[in-house]
Design a protein around this ligand. Sequence first.
Ligand SMILES: [Ca+2]
Length: 314
Amino acid sequence: MNFRPVPGVLFLLGLAVPLPAAERPNIILVFADDLGWRDVGWHGTDFYETPHLDALAKQGMVFTFGYSATGNCAPSRACLLSGTYTPRHHVYAVQTTDRGPKESQRLVPVPNRSGLARDNVTIADALKAAGYATGIFGKWHLDGPEGAPPAEQGFATVHQSFHTWSDAKTQDPENPKGVFSLTRGATTFIEKNRDRPFFVYLAHHAIHTGLEARPATLKKFQQKTAGAQHTSALYAACLYDLDASVGLLLAKLKELDLEKNTLVVFTSDNGATQESSQEPLRGNKGSYYQAASASLSSYAGPASPRPAAAAIFP
Ligand SMILES: [Ca+2]
């Protein structure tokens, strides 16, 4: 039987069967914040540019019917890291579930937890138990009074992890949204752990509202003719700088000769804000329409079952 398991199955196999270090792939999960389905090159943006992400998608696999579990930050991250849906961990919303005018609420708001409680088993817990070096670089957004910090959720290394996106703003114009300092933190961790299996959770603050970009990148898009659908030079520049940081990460893997034994996963926590049209999908972040959770997931690396393929399953 010619069976080629999908990456998720490989994860499970890797956790269930003790393997020598050389047979356990390194795993890098690059997680964008509020990057929409339509925003990347392989999904047809007519203005933004994502050359490194496009290359990653081309050499690996794109899950065209993939969805994030929910339409905004905290619950999406709680689902991703715990591998369970919201009724299991009770992180249904950022802040509370009863925001908005009470007279328009048709349902009784479900009780909400502010963060992921310590008794949830995360992918970092599982990989750490399997002998991986585990590190988070960037946004957590799952503690608060009812959640635990990343150091208590399986991450042995916690680098520049903030409670909210606004804490991440930097004063360095060459480091917009911290994309390059977070990536440097991750590559330093990778160099340090190159001889053992590692799990990198690189959770960017880009491109959540509060858009920032390097001055030269912004100028590049201000001089470019806008598309029919996508028009914002600042949005394009912020995304371009995020893409550039992914390029640096991939170059480091190649330099360290780790690319053949490293599974790189790129996706976003939820759909785009209203600053970026997602047509033909309807809606934006936070809504219950498709554009709120349609995923731009791409995978590349040794576990890709069919290089340069698009898979219609999530
Ligand atoms: Ca988000």
